[in-house]
Design a protein around this ligand. Structure first.
Ligand SMILES: C[S@@+](CC[C@H](N)C(=O)[O-])C[C@H]1O[C@@H](n2cnc3c(N)ncnc32)[C@H](O)[C@@H]1O
Length: 283
């Protein structure tokens, strides 16, 4: 039987559905586009176009990887976040839509035209820091990560997005050796309790870097380390914003307030989960 764009798409969709992938239609289309080297318009306007044996083999190789629950971002090598496209790999957490709420806080905090100094702790792919710098052309920022492989991806993203003149990256353990003052400190740290990681979807448990997930026995280890350093890093009018996991907002606020920081009502994500704990130095 001659394979066509639509027959390949249908077969891929069925297989991804059977493998438990939660967005089989979209993922099958993305893999078809990447493997067969066609565009969305080709699939929609010319679905019965026949495909070569090479195209079939290339799509098959990608579908097999997704059937094994490898994240779609790892397979395609990039992921959209905020308004930008980021190179991603197995060395960095795939940026998540809920993390865009940290960028929203940054937009509300940093007036346009102001040369703010921004710190991103656990920078990963650079998604948060580079999105903020892209929106605030007078600002500069530092991204910290303990993973050298993640920093290589962040640097490459900064270069490709034309932001490397305002973004610097440093390998380190959270705030060790970092000197303030910063107008904004952002972090999406690892926050999954260690014992919960293996129960997450395979895309996360099997494929995302453990260093990006593991928040210690109660999920709060990174917050303890970061929050203890915030009073010494924030400018007098500086603001911090931390992404938190489900059910962690109260505990993280309490950690911040125990350091003499003032917090505001946590920002909810689109699912109604308190997702960002933000605040500033007490006046
Ligand atoms: C949840 S990921 C966030 C990545 C990226 N900021 C994002 O939101 O997509 C957490 C990041 O923290 C880094 N990390 C883990 N432990 C660290 C430590 N002790 N010091 C600095 N970074 C650390 C991980 O390597 C990972 O890149």
């Amino acid at each position: 039987m001659t394979e066509t764009l639509v027959s390949l798409w249908t077969d891929a969709r069925r297989r991804l559905e059977a493998a438990g992938v939660d967005s089989p239609v979209i993922d099958a289309r993305l893999l078809l586009e990447a493997g067969a080297g066609v565009g969305r318009v080709d699939i929609v306007t010319d679905p019965r176009r026949s495909v070569s044996a090479e195209q079939v083999a290339a799509v098959e190789a990608l579908v097999r990887r997704r059937e094994a629950r490898e994240p779609i971002g790892h397979i395609l090598g990039h992921k959209g976040f905020w308004t930008l496209d980021f190179t991603v790999s197995a060395d960095v957490l795939t940026p998540r839509p809920e993390t865009e709420h940290l960028v929203e806080v940054a937009m509300e905090t940093l007036p346009k035209g102001w040369p703010a100094r921004v710190l991103d702790l656990g920078v990963g792919s650079g998604a948060i820091l580079l999105s903020v710098l892209s929106e605030r052309p007078e600002s500069t920022g530092i991204g910290i990560d303990t993973s050298g492989a993640a920093l290589a991806i962040a640097r490459a993203n900064a270069e490709r997005l034309g932001l490397s003149n305002r973004a610097s990256f440093r390998q380190g353990d959270w705030t060790d050796g970092i000197e303030g003052p910063f107008d904004l400190v952002l972090s999406n740290p690892p926050y999954i309790p260690s014992a919960d990681i293996d129960g997450l979807d395979p895309e996360v448990a099997k494929w995302e870097p453990r260093l990006a997930l593991d928040g210690g026995p109660d999920g709060l280890d990174a917050y303890r380390a970061i929050i203890a350093a915030l009073p010494g890093l924030l400018a007098p009018t500086g603001v911090f914003a931390l992404e938190v996991g489900r059910g962690q907002a109260d505990a993280v606020r309490a950690l911040a307030e125990a350091q003499g920081l003032q917090t505001t009502t946590p920002r909810m994500d689109l699912a109604g989960i308190p997702r960002v704990v933000a605040g500033k130095r007490a006046t």
